[in-house]
Design a binder for this molecule. Structure first.
Ligand code: BMA
Length: 835
């Protein structure tokens, strides 16, 4: 926010913190946190390395003091008011200005504005913040409230404080309970009045879009005057005093894949004595978003509850939500910005995603996160920060949550990308037996998630839909709890070790979580683990696996598909291939049954430190196999197979298989109908064709179509199931191939793959862009390309290379590369993973 008479002074300089050795003050960083400050001073080792996490728990168990001295800028003088503004304090903070307590805070998500004009001195002002231990707080406050079960915090009491839940430990995250000034702090000077926020309501009609603007001022003022400017890039669209603005030729904002992301800048100035005394700037997209829960032809009734659609409707169009769940981009969340978010969010769009769910165990993200989502066309499903457990509901807690929700809704409500507010993650799903009406937790739950949060959203936003919990289960007592609900978290695969084919038996209307873990690439693993400990069952690796039994689960699933890996690189590669295959099976199924299902958001997009996890992007942003697979299974056009039978093992460990019948589906989710030719071929691994067929298909948007069901049983038997595969392509009217897919008739470990070499040829396209052409006389399963020491962008990776064909991969570097470096290319395929 800025305005002619609104002056600001950042207070990020000169901070010190009290060191563990008494009476020593050290330079501190603001925004920052105690862990990174101590590390910078060499007082603690790298918190992510080895098992250092275990030795650093003391940091969260003691109090810390931060202080600075500042002089007030001359530019602030002459104003009626000077406020000290904290965008966020982490967490149990007592703030003193020149020795006087001016603020006590215990909610990390609150921002604060304290009038301090009268307290400021000419010359130096002392600002001191004492952060009491948050761990201690959770052991001494609200001790009469203990959640019936704690799912992730080994201390079991993190719900007693409003602080990022996953900092207390999660099944993918370390326990680092931080303290510090985690968001910016500044002085703001103003006179007369000030715009705090602007509510914008859009009315879409045949004549265009009307914006109704309601500025919210610091001081009530009946006759306030405003000046409004709306522009699209350099074009001034509207300007004037009126708070309702008509845009007659609107450029509509669409999510990625559906249209453009036009963004309008809205400037509202508060006028006092003929000049602007305060300004609010926001950027909006002209669009409507609703959550469509109509009863449609796929409606089912389960346990007396009718289950209709659960789909996002954007500008009237039902959208299949393709994406993933977002967790904080770092264990230490202070100071995150565009540079941290951009590679991750661009990767999401690059993998053909259009939706992210900001999961409720982290933080309400920084502005630059939502800026990027607006620009890239990523719809945001925004959880409030409550995850898995049940929460207290004493009055002080409710008041704190109300402030948090009001501030958050005011901050984010105008965002083009904001698609859905959600009260919490899994509180009903995981605690249903403790949420019986009349039980100890029921009223508190209802108070927060059925009254307080929807009330705030309704009052301050009024347009964005709200659901109390994800998955969207009915409250016990409201309806007999029987799955499936409309929005599901399907964890049968992984947590219950169901076979991956389980996904294909489901009929979820929306799948907002499901996942499979994998390991970090050797390059990322090396950042926390010395070479000699590079073994997934070593103590260091176990410390970087936060799901109890997670290593066993990965190994179980890997062994169902692949041979025993020969080294760590192979372990990582196979775990990633297994993860990719599981997610492909799930997503393709849910897309095949669209529009019955209208969303697939896998768990999870990113990591907050290097760890074995469900992410498709490693810590640092490197794409795992899953991310490359996602690029294909989320592509606008999809051709997809479903085997009707199974390959089973019977008594005596004999294999019985009836996978010969294959259903071939196609779909596209672009904005308009399209026609394609679907070509399928049954091939020998040596490249010779056994059977083939081409079929014309007309595809309506967002509707899976069964194109053909083929019985290939006898052909498969004839060729041998260890050396046959089926492939299909969708070819557009212009002859271009839009989708390609492969399927096999036995687990990959049974394939008779040959070790013939892969030939590679580099060709320079531009300064920092090359193509790599690959070919081989044999079929190579899941070719993985790596360039040691470099992390370029690969147009494809972990792809099958059919015998006698060439695959051309585009390779982009952040800067020009010396040709010699390309010699470090490592080409790896399934045969290289076992001895
Ligand atoms: C879901 C999430 C997370 C968790 C993940 C993996 O339930 O909401 O709480 O990390 O599963 O177990």
């Amino acid at each position: 926010m800025s305005g002619k008479n609104l002056a600001a002074q950042e207070l990020h300089g000169g901070w010190q913190l009290e060191s563990p050795e008494a009476d020593r003050w050290l330079a501190a960083t603001v925004p920052g946190c105690i862990h990174t400050d101590l590390h910078r001073h060499g007082l603690i080792p790298d918190p992510f390395h080895g098992r250092n996490e275990l030795d650093l728990q003391w940091i969260g168990e003691r109090d810390w003091i931060y202080r600075t001295t500042f002089a007030v800028d001359a530019s602030l003088e002459g104003h009626d008011e000077i406020d000290l503004v904290f965008e966020g304090l982490d967490t149990v903070a007592t703030v003193r200005l020149n020795g006087e307590v001016i603020l006590e805070s215990e909610n990390m998500y609150h921002s604060h504005r304290i009038p301090v004009r009268e307290r400021l001195r000419p010359g130096g002002n002392d600002l001191e913040i004492r952060f009491a231990s948050a761990v201690h707080y959770t052991q001494t406050h609200r001790i009469d409230f203990t959640p019936p079960r704690s799912f992730n915090d080994p201390g079991g009491s993190c719900v007693r404080i409003r602080k990022q839940p996953c900092q207390f430990g999660w099944d993918w995250g370390p326990r680092f309970v931080t303290a510090g000034v985690w968001r910016p702090v500044r002085l703001e000077a103003w006179s007369g009045n000030r715009i705090e926020s602007v509510k914008i309501v859009q009315h879409h009609g045949p004549d265009g879009v009307r914006l109704d603007l309601t500025p919210e001022l610091a001081r009530g003022e009946a006759a306030a005057k405003f000046h409004v400017t709306v522009s699209l890039g350099d074009d001034l669209v509207a300007t004037g005093e009126a708070l309702d603005v008509m845009i007659s030729k609107p450029e509509i904002w669409w999510p990625a894949g559906q249209g453009d992301q036009s963004l309008y800048d809205v400037k509202v100035e508060l006028i006092g004595d003929g000049v602007a005394i305060s300004t609010w700037n926001g950027r909006i997209g002209l669009r409507t978003i609703t959550l469509d829960r109509e009863f449609d032809e796929f409606e089912v009734e389960v346990g007396g509850r009718r289950l209709g659609r659960f789909g996002l409707r954007v500008n009237g169009r039902l959208i299949f939500a393709k994406g993933a769940n977002w967790i904080p981009a770092h264990s230490f969340v202070h100071g995150l910005g565009r540079a941290d978010y951009e590679p991750l969010l661009r990767s999401a769009v690059d993998a053909n995603m259009n939706t992210l769910r900001v999961w409720g165990g982290g933080i309400y993200e920084y502005e630059s996160f939502y800026d990027l989502c607006d620009e890239l066309g990523l719809l945001v499903w925004q959880d409030f920060m409550f995850a898995c457990d049940l929460y207290p509901s004493d009055q002080a807690f409710l008041d704190s949550v109300r402030t948090e929700a009001e501030q958050t809704v005011r901050r984010l409500r105008h965002r083009a990308s904001l698609a859905l507010w959600c009260g919490n993650n899994e509180a009903v799903m995981l605690n249903a037996e403790h949420l019986q009406p009349g039980g100890a937790f029921y009223d508190g739950y209802v108070a927060i998630f059925h009254r307080l949060l929807p009330g705030v959203v309704e009052e301050l936003d009024g347009a964005t839909p709200f659901v109390p919990s994800s998955p969207d289960r009915p409250l016990p007592g409201e309806s007999e709890h029987v799955p499936p609900s409309q929005d599901e978290h399907d964890w049968h695969v992984w947590h219950e070790r169901f076979p991956v084919e389980h996904y294909e038996t489901t009929r979820h209307r929306f799948a907002s979580e499901f996942g499979m873990q994998s390991y970090s690439s050797p390059e990322i693993a090396a950042t926390f683990c010395p070479e000699e400990e590079l073994n997934i069952f070593s103590p260091i690796f176990e410390n970087h696996q936060k799901n109890v039994g997670g290593n066993q689960v990965i190994f179980d699933y890997v062994s169902r598909l692949f041979r025993f890996p020969k080294d760590y690189r192979s372990v990582a590669y196979l775990s990633q291939l297994n993860q990719a295959f599981c997610m492909q099976t799930a997503v393709e199924h849910w897309r095949r049954i669209s529009p019955l299902c209208l969303g697939a958001l896998y768990w999870q997009l990113n990591d907050c430190w290097p760890v074995a996890s469900w992410s498709s992007l490693e810590f640092g942003g490197k794409w795992k196999a899953l991310h490359h697979y996602a690029r294909r299974f989320f592509a606008p056009e999809l051709v997809s197979f479903r085997h009707l039978g199974r390959e089973n093992r019977i008594t005596g460990n004999y294999v019985r298989s009836d996978t010969g019948v294959v259903k071939i589906h196609a779909l596209q989710d672009g904005p308009a109908p399209q026609s394609f030719v679907l070509r399928w071929r049954l091939l020998h691994l040596d490249g010779s064709v056994t059977e083939e067929r081409s079929i014309s298909v007309d595809l309506e948007p967002q509707r899976g179509v069964l194109v053909e069901s083929v019985d290939l049983t006898s052909a498969v038997e004839r060729v041998g199931r260890d050396r046959v595969f089926l492939r299909a392509e969708l070819i557009a009217a212009d002859g271009s191939e839009r989708a390609r897919n492969f399927t096999f008739f036995t687990a990959p470990r049974n394939l008779s793959l040959s070790r013939q070499p892969i030939r590679t040829v580099w060709a320079r396209v531009a300064e920092s862009e090359w193509t790599l052409t690959l070919a081989s006389d044999a079929f190579h399963y899941a070719v993985n390309l790596e360039l040691e020491g470099l992390t370029p962008w690969w147009s494809d990776n972990f792809f099958h290379l059919p015998a006698g064909e060439t695959v051309v991969v585009t390779v982009r570097f952040s800067a020009a590369v010396d040709e010699n470096l390309l010699g470090a290319l490592r080409v790896f395929s399934l045969v290289d993973s076992y001895a």
